[in-house]
Design a protein around this ligand. Sequence first.
Ligand SMILES: [Zn+2]
Ligand SMILES: [Zn+2]
Length: 377
Amino acid sequence: MEIRAAILPATGAALEIAAVELAPPGPGEALVRLAATGVCHSDQNAIDGTAPTRCPAVLGHEGAGTVVETGPGTTLVAAGDRVALSWAPYCGSCEQCLRELPQLCEAAWPAMDAGGLLDGSSRLSRDGGPLYHYSLLSTFAEMAVVPERACVPIAEDVPFEIAGLVGCAVTTGVCAAWRTAGVRPGDRVAVVGCGGVGLSAVMGAAAAGANRIVAVDLSAEKAGAAGAFGATDAVAWQGSAEETADAVRELTGGGVDHAFEATGRPEAMLAAFLATRNHGQAVLMGIAAEDAVLPLPARSIPRMERRVIGSLYGSARPDRDFPVIFDMYRRGRLPLDRLISHRLPLERIGEAFELLRGGHALRAVIDLERGMDDVAA
Ligand SMILES: [Zn+2]
Ligand SMILES: [Zn+2]
């Protein structure tokens, strides 16, 4: 079938809205009519080449919609199901899955890098030429064929735009607090970088009962705005990692138990590390450039029992964790609505990326259900 999609023709190029061909779902796959998709830093990394991505491609990996049709042998979802999409479907049987590390599934990552679905081939094409998937989803489009394991059914009362964000930014931040770090009541927390992922870590830490939550950002305004998500204090970047960490340590009586980093920049990672107290941990979520290195004051690692840990997709198990997040959202414990700062139609996706690059958007959501005329920015 022919669908409308935003195409990245080549690394560094502008996104282009065009008609493309989408083949029917294969075994274990579902055709999903997308309703909403978030615009994420990872998509920007794919556009500018920070994360090498096979092109031409249809980007987008933070979406939700309704299953229209399923391929042969599909058992997990059926036509009519409302679903949130997870960009990290897992096979359940590889060594990493058996180690209960589905976010590191050995079947999903190579397929993702190759730009196909799980069987290595693409359902997308344009004028008979190749067109690749992104993160096994490609949600900057009206429709997508995805692995059934990427689909997590959602209840009627969960808005699609919320479900879409849970598919990436929200889970990455909230579950970093819950699953990777294990924030406990009374813990002290800092979050460096107050975009969608950082604010989600703030919400996750607050819902887990953290006592102090210090939001840190280059922009004093963005750090301050984290108060609406549960942060108790705000620190604007002080000019160096050391000075910034000192400000956090001073506010928290000597440092935090968990310092989350959501920018991918080594100086922010260092600030997170230096903001920890005895036995504290820096939890690194931001994806750094391929050649980035992180020098740390080594002596304090054993002397203070400081730790540095990585968190990929919040160490989440989407089929377990998405429903928990939706439940907490319903009960008002995770104010996810506040993340959405802009709503735009697919035709204006370029503006959504301008807002993201300029640091003006918490989260811009592309509304795929409505046309250009009736979507308010
Ligand atoms: Zn993302
Ligand atoms: Zn696996």
